[in-house]
Design a protein around this ligand. Structure first.
Ligand code: NAD
Ligand code: WQD
Length: 339
């Protein structure tokens, strides 16, 4: 099994789950947004390390060599850039990494006769859906930024690919809002610089690294005026990947599954739940809406339950407790305290 981007936040949790399930794992990561320490900790947790190659999914010669030299039956493809704001500033970098990188990966897979692929997609491909909860058969919409468009483009490329060659079997996993960390507090999300996403921001405020949270808008048509999202524990997400991979053995073509809980929480509900779990207060102020945000977004997860036998099991309190354990044990993420 090849895992691209396996040193990153979601990838490292999935690598751990794969190793624990007895799979043989090769990680390819260019470490542009991660460090090898995540995989060292994976080894501490399960007593086994994945094989690791530092390299880039855009490097076709490297990919050809890996497929020729290593036993690879399937690919889980996490590698990519994911900062929405940065994607607006640097669209070509995003299209090159996310779209061209995925094309190169698929070319190398096809050349090597490997046709099983699990792709990290995102609820962002739905754009601004007309109603909630979001089902997989809703039409994809217009994402509001290059990051989101890059995810939608890759989905469409993979659909074309599967039409052209029936041996492909592909899972498009549309994540809602991944949060949380392994319950050990050893692996978790380690954003570089100021976090873009809500929960890493909240936890850095709680640990004292940031002064206060800006709540982007309190005049949305939601329960308390703040944005509502479907936050899903990264451990549940990891489990969903293993179930999707297993299901692909008996499926062809492109399969789309939402990975969400089916429940939405507002920004203020998230703040209060985090305060309860951590015993810290999270100062915040109301700020203007953030461009490109939608009011609410949550999944209908029924299809994944029906077809994969998968369902998110961890609730909000567990998401918060595990985030806090990770953040308070590792205030500087994977960087040593002196760095
Ligand atoms: P992450 O940044 O922690 O992990 C991505 C990994 O890919 C990093 O280790 C990075 O070094 C590596 N990488 C980036 N470009 C590469 C390249 N060209 N070649 C090799 N390695 C490369 O992000 P994450 O949160 O773990 O996200 C994983 C995937 O899930 C991404 O594709 C992301 O777009 C997608 N996704 C994430 C979220 C989220 O909120 N975290 C939501 C929906 C979808
Ligand atoms: C959640 C809520 C904000 C930060 C993004 C990407 C999506 C996917 C996941 C992946 C919203 C509010 C946030 C802050 C706030 N990406 N917020 N203050 O926007 O749902 O999704 O991440 O790779 O593609 O678009 O997640 O965590 O940024 O925001 O008030 O400082 O928190 O307005 O309502 P989002 P988020």
């Amino acid at each position: 099994m090849l895992v691209t981007g396996g040193a990153g936040y979601i990838g490292s949790h999935v690598v751990l789950a794969l190793l624990e399930a007895g799979q043989d794992v090769l990680v390819l990561d260019n470490l542009s947004n991660s460090s090898l320490e995540s995989l060292a900790r994976v080894e501490r947790l399960c007593g086994r390390a994945p094989r690791f190659v530092e390299g880039d999914i855009r490097d076709r010669a490297l990919l050809d060599r890996l497929f020729a030299e290593q036993r690879i039956g399937a690919v889980m493809h996490f590698a990519g850039l994911k900062a929405v704001g940065e994607s607006v500033q640097q669209p070509l970098r995003y299209y090159e990494n996310n779209v061209a990188g995925s094309v190169t990966l698929c070319q190398a897979m096809a050349a090597a006769g490997v046709f099983r692929l699990v792709f990290s997609s995102s609820a962002t491909v739905y754009g601004e859906p007309p109603q909630m909860p979001i089902r997989e058969d809703f039409p994809t919409g217009t994402p509001t930024n290059p990051y989101g468009r890059s995810k939608l483009m890759v989905e469409e490329i993979l659909r074309d690919l599967s039409l052209s060659e029936p041996r492909w079997n592909i899972a498009l996993l549309r994540y809602f809002n991944p949060v949380g960390a392994h319950p050990s507090g050893l692996i978790g999300e380690d954003p570089q610089g100021i976090p873009n996403n809500l929960l890493p921001y909240i936890s850095q405020v709680a640990v004292g690294k940031l002064k206060e949270l800006a709540v982007f808008g309190d005049d949305y048509p939601t329960v308390d005026g703040t944005g509502v999202r479907d936050y899903i524990h990264v451990m549940d997400l990891a489990d969903g990947h293993l179930k999707a991979l297993a299901a692909l053995a008996e499926r062809n073509g492109v399969n789309v599954w939402n990975l969400g809980t089916g429940t939405g929480y507002s920004v203020l509900q998230m703040i209060h739940a985090f305060e309860q779990a951590s015993g810290r207060s999270v100062p915040y102020r109301i700020a203007p809406r953030r461009a490109g945000d939608i009011a609410e977004c949550w999944a209908d997860p029924a299809l994944a339950e029906q077809e994969l036998g998968w369902k998110a099991r961890r609730g909000l309190a567990e998401m918060m407790a595990d985030t806090w354990r990770w953040q308070s044990n590792n205030p500087d993420g994977y960087r040593p305290a002196s760095a």
